[in-house]
Design a binder for this molecule. Structure first.
Ligand SMILES: Cc1cc2nc3c(=O)[nH]c(=O)nc-3n(C[C@H](O)[C@H](O)[C@H](O)COP(=O)(O)OP(=O)(O)OC[C@H]3O[C@@H](n4cnc5c(N)ncnc54)[C@H](O)[C@@H]3O)c2cc1C
Length: 469
């Protein structure tokens, strides 16, 4: 078995014998090695520095671009390196494990926006020209979805509106969080569609460049994932025709087929990487810290071994699940090919796997929090030391759970889907709960029922009021 290196020395953490290398091609293993080197030389030192200062990790983003990772899933025909889902999972995990969780989230939000572009790139010259420049011009992007009123249900844009105007679209949107706020050179944003009539499943996506939005990075003053600079964004701009991604109303399909799966694969990969990073650090610390009274290291205590072993097992389950899902997505999409929608805009090979993606997100975010917490405890009081890094990894690990869909919301969706079928998920809260409604109405006395009838009558207009009363 090959030895893993870290700056030319043997790696202090878990070796390749604990990595599911069998999922990777030789080219992916080579990329993994070069990415570990970039983490050692640039991304990890920047993680430590930017966590302290709150600065955006530009050097790390440039290091990703140098490895051609900003366009890694772009098909070769469109100027990228045509990486598949397994490769994407490896990249996300490697960046957070050896390098920087914040840079991992920056990469994820870039990829979420990029997935929306790739879904409808065919035939849109504006998008195709951006795809060609992603790495050469370090065109880092983001996804500006989360609405201040609907929170972690990021697919539900309330404070947004689009109007058709001469030569394009007037787009208005408020987003409460956007990673790379003030630094992203473009974002994909989601709004209600032109001609919106109250149906929130009728949503559309737009490509917006940095000079067309107002970013407020100064409001990102947070406990973890500090270098993501995920502040609020406001858009009020007239955009040319070709900035609408796909057709009006294409947003829900884009979420199902593109943004969600890429997002969930990367959520899984990132937080598996966070858990592995915590295990690596704790291996280094517990094997070196010795207690004179026993002549033993902390790693020699059976309690340490059991705690460490459980964390390894939980993390491996999450990683194994994610790589298996990624490989299945590769099978379903001809190796992660995004050009299929050019020939058949209705193709939906990824959509059947949404629920599997949600499981990957929930599991990795949960495991990362638990593992980081457990590894932190193995340090004793030294855990508090910034120099030893585990406290930063613990703070960063918390973001997975609370990012949308939060783990509570994710569990609710998976549970509803499993118990009552996909329709019951009701993404936009449109289904009437008849049992609950009747039950509440039954609690009203005659005056209460009359008041409701009057209110409904007024809502429906004069003729209905007469009939109801
Ligand atoms: C580091 C970071 C980076 C981010 N980057 C981006 C980005 O680039 N783009 C973007 O669009 N967004 C981004 N977000 C936003 C993120 O994805 C979530 O949408 C957001 O964190 C949810 O936070 P909220 O405060 O709105 O929570 P809320 O949605 O208000 O949740 C509050 C609580 O209510 C619970 N809850 C909500 N609904 C239900 C329900 N139906 N059932 C049970 N419990 C429920 C939640 O689980 C949570 O415990 C980022 C967030 C973070 C922390």
């Amino acid at each position: 078995m090959e030895h893993k290196l870290w700056g030319g020395e043997p790696y202090y953490g878990l070796g390749y014998d604990f990595d599911p290398q069998w999922y990777l091609t030789d080219a992916q293993k080579d990329l993994q090695k070069r990415l570990i080197e970039a983490c050692h030389d640039v991304i990890r030192p920047e993680a430590i520095r930017c966590d302290e200062t709150g600065e955006y990790p530009w050097k790390s983003v440039e290091a990703l671009a140098e490895l051609r990772l900003l366009g890694c899933i772009v098909p070769e025909r469109w100027g990228g390196s045509g990486e598949n889902h397994v490769g994407l999972a490896m990249i996300g995990e490697t960046v957070t494990r050896y390098g920087c969780p914040s840079t991992g989230v920056i990469f994820m939000m870039h990829m979420a926006g990029l997935a929306a572009l790739l879904f409808r790139a065919g035939g849109n010259e504006e998008i195709l020209s951006l795809l060609r420049r992603l790495d050469s011009d370090v065109m880092i992007g983001s996804a500006s979805f989360t609405d201040p009123e609907t929170g972690g249900h990021f697919w539900y844009p309330k404070i947004s509106a689009v109007e058709k105007v001469e030569g394009g679209w007037r787009v208005r949107k408020k987003a409460s969080f956007t990673t790379s706020c003030g630094h992203a050179r473009w974002v994909v944003t989601q709004t209600t569609s032109p001609g919106f009539d109250g149906d929130y499943s009728d949503i559309s996506d737009f490509l917006v460049y940095a000079d067309e939005l107002k970013a407020d990075p100064g409001r990102w003053d947070v406990m973890g994932m500090r270098a993501t600079v995920s502040g609020p964004v406001e858009i009020d701009a007239v955009l040319p025709e070709n900035r609408l991604i796909g057709a009006p109303g294409d947003g829900a399909a884009s979420n199902d087929e593109a943004v969600n799966l890429v997002g969930m694969i990367l959520y899984g990969a990132l937080y598996n990487g966070v858990a592995m990073g915590a295990l690596d650090l704790a291996r280094r610390y517990t094997t070196r810290r010795r207690h004179a009274q026993y002549g033993q290291s902390v790693a020699d205590y059976p309690t340490t071994q059991a705690a460490y072993g459980k964390s390894v097992i939980d993390t491996q389950v999450s990683r194994g699940y994610l790589y298996a899902l990624s490989r299945e997505l590769d099978r379903a999409t001809g190796g992660g090919d995004w050009t299929i929608y050019e020939a058949d805009p209705d193709a939906r090979p990824r959509t059947p796997y949404i629920c599997w993606g949600l499981v990957a997100k929930e599991m990795a975010a949960r495991v990362a929090g638990e593992v980081a917490d457990g590894m932190f405890n193995l340090y004793g009081g030294a855990a508090y030391s910034r120099r030893l890094e585990i406290e930063r990894v613990l703070r960063d690990s918390k973001a997975g759970w609370i990012m949308g869909p939060t783990n509570e919301v994710t569990r609710g969706i998976v549970g509803r889907w499993a118990l009552h079928g996909h329709e019951a998920v009701d993404w936009w809260n449109q289904r009437v709960n008849r049992g609950l409604l009747d039950n509440e109405l039954d609690k009203l006395d005659a005056a209460g029922k009359r008041a409701i009838m009057e209110r409904l009558g007024a809502e429906l207009g004069g003729s209905d009021r007469g009939r109801d009363s």
